[in-house]
Design a protein around this ligand. Structure first.
Ligand SMILES: [Zn+2]
Length: 392
């Protein structure tokens, strides 16, 4: 009776967080125990490499008593398994990540198998035993190096006593944009690299300056304010995306005046640099990279909106990326844009905006724009204070 075990396999973990490596420990044949001997065989040694920890699993034919010890210079952990055997000479499994250099296993003497973990830089380790099959699990913890988790604040405009623009068929901007933002949150939440916050998730009034303050207090990486447009000309239609800046464009000034709930006259004065607020804006625009990043973000969102909507609605007009002085974007410390997603004052677009699938299409397109932007923007710093997400 001879047994031959070869164990090299690779499997993808369910959430593709990591790749599971199986290593050949037993690569030649040896006799099975001839009786109910209490000698235990080490049948396999495997490891899983995660960003924040490395798991080493030692498979056995039965439970064993073992001792463990940590030694320094070089830093290593070893485990002596009593009444055990392993068929190979000391075997070196190279791991080579930030926590673990390698795992070595071998027959220390006639009844002890010694497993040595050559450590790199670890913060802690834990050992547990499991059944079916009997195995020893060693978790080695390193510094938490999560991939960057981006915080996105979505801001559905208006709310409560402020309906925003109102369509001819009595459709309210505040209701449309809330629904789009909720749909957008659901879509973006599917990406585990994002943390999504809303300035409001129900029909309440939030002052404009408070919305930006929410984004700043959340330390957000992006701020996206969602609105729908209105014009006295019922033929006006299309989508446009704004960033904060001075403008000489009369139409852009009108949009900002409406969203700021101020007169066009006051809006013009602001653009003529007659307002105290200008210092704040100057500060804002000089913030490192913010202006460039806002332009980039605006273009990704605008392009995806036009492309996404035109798949089903060929008449969507691309009004482009524009700039204007929106109160809601003042003082935002992160790239921030304001989306005007169709005209509620246009009968056809009001009808579309009243429909669930059009709102979903808007949310999907904005989401695609944000994701495109994120995938092209450079990685930021590691986010501190996140909980360890460790599989059982
Ligand atoms: Zn609005």
């Amino acid at each position: 009776m001879w047994r031959n075990v070869i164990g090299i396999q690779m499997r993808a973990m369910s959430k593709s967080i990591c790749v599971l490596f199986f290593f050949a420990v037993l690569t030649s044949f040896f006799p099975l125990p001839s009786s109910a001997s209490d000698t235990v065989d080490v049948t396999d040694i495997r490891y899983w490499s995660f960003p924040e920890y490395t798991r080493v699993v030692i498979n056995l034919t039965d439970h064993v008593k073992f001792s463990e010890k940590r030694l320094s210079s070089p830093d290593r952990l070893y485990f002596d398994l009593k009444n055990s055997r392993i068929n190979t000479e000391m075997k070196n499994i190279s791991v080579g990540n930030e926590m673990l250099k390698s795992v070595r296993a071998g027959q220390f003497d006639s009844s002890i198998v010694r497993i040595v973990l050559d450590l790199e830089k670890i913060t802690d380790y834990k050992v547990l035993t499991l059944d079916d099959p009997a195995r020893i699990v060693i978790d080695i913890y390193g510094q938490i190096t999560f991939s960057v988790k981006k915080r996105i604040v979505l801001d559905p405009g208006h709310g409560g006593h402020d309906p925003g623009a109102v369509g001819r068929n009595n459709l309210y901007e505040k209701d449309v944009v809330l629904d789009i933002a909720l749909k957008l949150r659901d879509i973006l939440s599917g990406n585990q690299n994002y943390e999504i916050f809303l300035t409001r998730d129900k029909d309440v009034f939030i002052p404009l300056e408070e919305r930006t303050a929410i984004a700043n207090s959340k330390n957000a990486d992006l701020f996206v304010s969602i609105h729908v447009n209105a014009s006295p000309r019922s033929s006006a239609k299309g989508v446009e995306t704004y960033m904060l800046n001075w403008t000489t464009d009369e139409e852009a000034m009108k949009v900002a005046a409406r969203e700021n709930a101020i007169s066009l006259k006051k809006m013009r004065q602001m653009n003529e640099k007659e307002m105290d607020i200008l210092d704040i804006i100057k500060n804002d625009l000089s913030r490192e990279n913010k202006r460039d990043e806002s332009i980039k973000l605006a273009h990704y969102i605008q392009n995806n909106l036009v492309r996404g909507l035109n798949r089903k609605h060929s008449h969507i007009v691309d009004l482009g990326v524009k700039q204007a002085l929106f109160y809601v974007l003042f003082g935002a410390k992160m790239p921030s844009v304001l989306v005007e997603a169709s005209f509620i004052s246009n009968p056809l677009e009001e009808k579309l905006l009243s429909k669930d699938d059009y709102r979903r299409e808007l949310a999907k397109s904005i989401s695609a724009g944000i994701t495109n932007y994120m995938s092209k923007s450079p990685e930021g710093q590691t986010v501190a204070g996140l909980k360890k997400n460790i599989a059982p």
